[in-house]
Design a protein around this ligand. Structure first.
Ligand code: NAD
Ligand code: ZN
Length: 352
């Protein structure tokens, strides 16, 4: 049975359809489809896509964050133009967050905007990146520095894709799920605390379906309240200001989810220092991340100065002060611009 979460954005409203087997609905998407996917997903699901979509134009790029750059988006658009797609085209993003962010961006700018559908195949994309319409690419100066808001016309979340996902990628998705629990839903956080190791060791699709649905409901609620991040939506960046800095400094050898886990630990340290969560709650978060096999400490090779410098370049800063999201107990969060010395001390506190 498929579950549907509606993202109530007026004329840009759309459904998120969640369940085992929902990928078969892709066959109903109609004509003018342009499939974009990465090399790994093509290897695993190319045959399925051919059968579902027929002989559609397909653009395959090398898997990995390194492909998430302007040149790939230009290539996607050039391929669409060469294949004579017009404004009625619908781009299909089949893959993880890299594919979704980049395909959405290409769809937003190709002929000043065509429709796109998200078919997320990673846990991270299912619970986070495929919902909400943030699209874009990285440049050497920073992650996601180029991009636009462009909502998909549908999100099809088929939990069966999780069966082939490597455990490291499962963990990355779990980092975003922990984030969602900490900032929005203490109940979700407690659900994760029930046998966290099982979430990594065996993929129980029923349990995951419920968790994914909850994350989509929560994210949809935030996006509907603040589509373009004028305020509330910024809380979804919990762990990300620190995390993006670490991700960039590691040259992406630390994955997004791992970096976010480290970032949430730093943010929680800061929150303890500033009195917005208890030491016990910070310890609970650290224990959960560790039980999920996620990193909770930072390697000394990343100096505080380098981390602060990279954080200072985050696009969400304003007025020269670094913006960070801090938990306000478990289940709530707020955006702050604490003194840089406090941020420095929080980074110091998470060294291995
Ligand atoms: N737009 C947003 O709101 C938002 C939110 C969070 C993250 N993001 C972005 O998402 C990206 C990270 O996404 P990601 O972790 O999905 O990365 P990804 O797209 O690179 O996927 C990770 C790896 O898993 C492989 N893969 C995908 N599906 C698979 C499957 N079913 N089985 C086996 N292998 C599979 C991919 O080929 C890739 O090698 C980052 O660029 C981040 O900035 C965006
Ligand atoms: Zn993220």
């Amino acid at each position: 049975m498929a579950e549907v979460v509606r993202v109530g954005l007026g004329e840009r409203a759309y459904d998120i359809v969640i369940g085992s087997g929902v990928r078969e609905r892709a066959a109903e998407l109609g004509a003018g489809l342009f499939l974009v996917t990465d090399s790994r997903v093509e290897e695993l699901y190319g045959a399925w896509a051919k059968q579902a979509f027929g002989a559609v134009e397909t653009f395959v790029f090398p898997a990995g964050e390194c492909s998430k750059e302007p040149a790939t988006v230009v290539d996607i658009c050039r391929r669409a133009a060469a294949a004579r797609f017009d404004r009625r085209a619908c781009f299909i993003a089949l893959g993880g967050g890299v594919t979704g962010d980049m395909t959405g961006f290409a769809a937003a700018i190709y002929m000043r905007g065509v429709a796109f559908v998200q078919i997320p195949t990673t846990l991270l994309a299912m619970v986070d990146s495929s919902v909400g319409g943030k699209t874009g690419v990285d440049i050497p100066e920073g992650k996601n520095l180029i991009g636009v808001f462009h909502q998909p016309k549908m999100v099809l979340i088929d939990t069966d894709f999780l069966k082939t996902l490597p455990v490291r990628e499962i963990r990355c998705g779990l980092a975003e799920i922990v984030k969602t629990g900490v900032i929005l839903d203490a109940g979700l956080f407690r659900e994760l605390e029930q046998d966290p190791a099982a979430l990594v060791e065996r993929i129980d699709l029923n349990r995951y379906e419920k968790i994914i649905r909850r994350c989509c409901e929560l994210k949809a609620g935030v996006v509907v309240a603040d589509e373009r991040e004028a305020g509330l939506r910024a809380i979804l960046n919990y762990g990300h200001t620190f995390g993006h800095a670490v991700e960039l400094l590691s040259n992406f050898s630390i994955s997004h989810g791992e970096a976010v886990a480290i970032g949430m630990c730093a943010a929680a340290e800061l929150a303890v220092k500033l009195g917005s969560i208890s030491h016990e709650d910070a310890a609970r978060q650290k224990a959960l991340l560790t039980a999920l096999g996620l990193p909770a400490v930072l390697d000394r090779r990343y100096s505080v100065d380098a981390v602060l410098d990279a954080m200072g370049r985050d696009k969400k800063n304003s007025g020269g002060r670094i913006k960070v999201v801090l938990p306000d107990g478990i289940g709530r969060a707020k955006v702050c611009q604490p003194p840089v010395e406090a941020i420095r001390a929080a980074v110091e506190a998470i060294y291995a």
